[in-house]
Design a protein around this ligand. Structure first.
Ligand code: ABF
Length: 250
């Protein structure tokens, strides 16, 4: 109810939580409450919004005695699962997941996503693709009408290290714009993914008319492992809004 939402908001303010953090938390909790059931195998995404989802999973285990198997999408997700005392599993033991819950960098009106700002796109896509349902959680800043209008840091593309130069050239020649090698925060060298690969962030100049076609063409370039374009994969998205409410798509 709106009263409850107001209470949550006020509590957030009192605890010094920013509006964005409150929004992430609200989206994550709504998604877990609506999509996770006892006995589920759950794909655990990466990023800061997922932290709230894992908190909620741990709460369900403690308070309701839920038995869950959790499959991580990254080193960070693995650590989160372990530190919250959840059961750590993998796709060998749970090749079919009941649900995967993950953040996104942008979600368009057709529920297509840009992901990979955190560099974990390949494992995130594998986990999402092997889940009966894939649920996205995000704050209001990620909502967009047309893909590529909100996330301006480029489309993340994971590449095999020895191929990064030719892949970079091919992307630029074929699609224009600039495919920039992502550097590690410390600037000591390129960012290395959990799969020991590199990331190119493709900053396009004009948005393509079909992201699906572009994604297929990118995937055909030898050396490309995967892209941060998640086309027609998400079933439902939860957005924490500035007014404290949670909006859904899908
Ligand atoms: C991962 O984390 C992503 O693919 C996306 O890049 C990012 C979203 O992070 P946050 O929840 O911190 O905004 O899921």
């Amino acid at each position: 109810t709106s009263k409850t939402l107001l209470l949550i908001r006020n509590f957030g303010r009192m605890s010094g939580m920013s509006l964005v953090e409150q929004a992430k938390k609200a989206a994550a909790e709504a998604a877990v409450d609506n999509h996770v059931q006892d006995g589920f195998a759950v794909g655990v995404g990466s990023g800061s919004t997922v932290v709230y989802a894992v908190d909620r999973l741990a709460e369900l285990v403690k308070t309701k005695g839920y038995k869950l198997q959790c499959v991580p999408t990254s080193f960070q997700a693995r650590e989160l699962i372990i530190s919250n005392g959840l059961n750590l599993s993998d796709l060998e033991r749970n090749p079919v997941l009941d649900v995967a819950i993950d953040g996104a960098d942008e979600v368009d009106k057709d529920m297509n996503l840009i992901k990979g700002g955190g560099g974990c796109l390949t494992q995130e896509k594998i986990v999402a693709a092997n889940s009966k349902s894939f649920v996205v959680i995000a704050d209001f800043r990620k909502l967009s009408e047309t893909l590529g209008t909100k996330w301006t840091k480029g489309i993340p593309i994971e590449v095999i290290p020895m191929a990064y130069k030719p892949v970079q050239k091919k992307i630029q020649e074929k699609f224009g714009g600039e495919a920039v090698l992502r550097m590690a925060k410390a600037k000591a060298g390129p960012l290395v993914t959990d799969n020991n690969n590199l990331i190119l962030d493709w900053k396009f100049t004009t948005a393509p008319s079909s992201w699906q076609d572009v994604n297929q063409e990118l995937m055909m370039i030898p050396g490309v492992v995967d892209t941060g374009l998640f086309i027609k994969m998400a079933e439902k998205a939860y957005f924490g809004m500035e007014n404290g409410e949670v909006e859904t798509r899908g």
